[in-house]
Design a protein around this ligand. Structure first.
Ligand SMILES: C[S@@+](CC[C@H](N)C(=O)[O-])C[C@H]1O[C@@H](n2cnc3c(N)ncnc32)[C@H](O)[C@@H]1O
Length: 369
């Protein structure tokens, strides 16, 4: 066990480990007021009846696992009450919670948060840029999930890195609608048969935004529904400690292997700062969030004379300057302004590529190309 100072003095916390078993039982063993943030992605209680098929008769890989099955709304509510009660006890007085859910469960989660005295700060619509279609054509495409961000109580001094989120959004105040893709491609973990290792693996970009915006380096983040460990992987990369709880051994194994491979960004890259300029619809920070460029990666100027390093909040830093891609370019060139998108380049496989290419990729995805 690792010792970490909490608001009630030194307490023993199982930092950076995945606890096995039921989250309510495991949370009961954790000390009062010991964690800074809870991120919870609980069972959706989808209540699927029968198999879901595509028009070509292939089976949709839906969430039909035993861990998502509850006998009734009442059972689900009782479970929600139990784990939220523990989460609230463990949170520091100025701590906060994020819960994520779909229309199946998020209203029940929201009501119980308020019943227990949490204070809702925002709800965030995560709009999926690449949602699964509605195969039966009987309802709208379900293209979003909702996150609820709440402080432990009204008036609590929760962490909000307003400027960092604004910087991530290229100087425009971060809004409560986030357009991010669902987890696909290289990020999607597979089992030994090449199948999805988990049906509801969340994208790291979502956690990047939550962790950057509402925690500080060194904070402790508890995830009682750890799954493949997305929260732990991003927490580790971003210099935060985590505690995961997961009842399924297979998921714990996947999460452990995943997190073991994560390297923490260096502390310079984790320093967040302000950004003043607002511009295009795709912010440079989005490329960082999605792992297209990594914090610490070096960008080169078009003329090859200057370099700067990418930071976790989507700003650049070098010995002469720091700020947005446009600001640093302008300062290095002694120019009144600079289009950072065409000025900065990154290296891949020996080639020098303008960062604008990545912006175009994101734009194409958003347009559903
Ligand atoms: C929606 S998934 C979380 C996915 C995760 N956010 C990720 O990115 O991989 C919910 C997870 O909670 C786990 N779970 C369900 N009930 C649990 C309980 N009572 N205690 C601990 N884990 C539980 C499930 O096994 C499942 O992996």
């Amino acid at each position: 066990m690792t010792t970490k100072t909490t608001s009630r003095g030194a307490a023993s916390l199982p930092l950076n480990t995945i606890l096995s078993g039921d989250c309510v039982a495991q949370m009961k063993k954790l000390p009062d007021e010991s964690v800074d943030l809870v991120f919870a992605d609980p069972p959706y209680n989808l209540q699927l009846k029968g198999e879901l098929m595509r028009p070509d008769n292939s089976r949709v890989d839906a969430v039909d696992d035993e861990w998502d099955s509850f006998a009734s709304f009442k059972t689900y509510d009782t479970f929600t009450r139990a784990w939220l009660k523990q989460a609230r006890r463990i949170l520091k007085p100025h701590g906060a919670i994020w819960v994520i859910g779909s229309y199946h469960n998020v209203f029940r989660l929201g009501a119980e948060l308020q019943n227990q005295g949490f204070w809702i700060l925002n709800d965030v619509v995560w709009r999926k840029s690449n949602p699964m279609p509605n195969f039966r054509g009987k309802r709208l495409t379900n293209a979003h999930e909702t996150l609820i961000w709440a402080s432990k109580s009204e008036g609590a001094k929760y962490t909000f890195n307003y400027e960092a989120l604004k910087a991530l959004n290229e100087g425009v105040q971060m809004r409560s609608d986030w357009v991010l893709p669902i987890c696909t491609g290289h990020e999607r973990l597979k089992d030994e048969n090449g199948q999805k290792a988990h049906p509801t693996q969340k994208p790291e970009s979502l956690l990047h935004r939550v962790i950057l915006g509402t925690t500080n380096p060194g904070d402790v983040i508890l995830d009682p529904f750890f799954g493949t460990g997305t929260t732990g992987a991003v927490a580790k990369a971003m210099g935060r400690d985590f505690i995961g709880i997961e009842r399924e051994a297979d998921y714990r194994r996947v999460a452990e292997a995943r997190i073991a491979q994560v390297r923490a960004y260096d502390s310079d890259a984790l320093q967040v700062s302000t950004s003043k300029r607002a511009e295009p619809r795709v912010a440079f920070g989005v490329l960082v969030e999605r792992g297209m460029l990594r914090p610490g990666e070096v960008l080169h100027s078009l003329n090859g004379r200057h370099k700067a390093r990418v930071r976790a909040d989507g700003t650049l830093v070098c010995s002469e300057a720091k700020g947005s891609i446009h600001q640093v370019g302008a300062q290095l060139e002694g120019a009144p302004s600079c289009n950072g998108w065409t000025y900065w380049h990154f290296k891949r496989d020996g080639a020098t590529v303008p960062i604008d290419l990545l912006r175009q990729q994101v734009r194409a995805e958003m347009a559903g190309d």
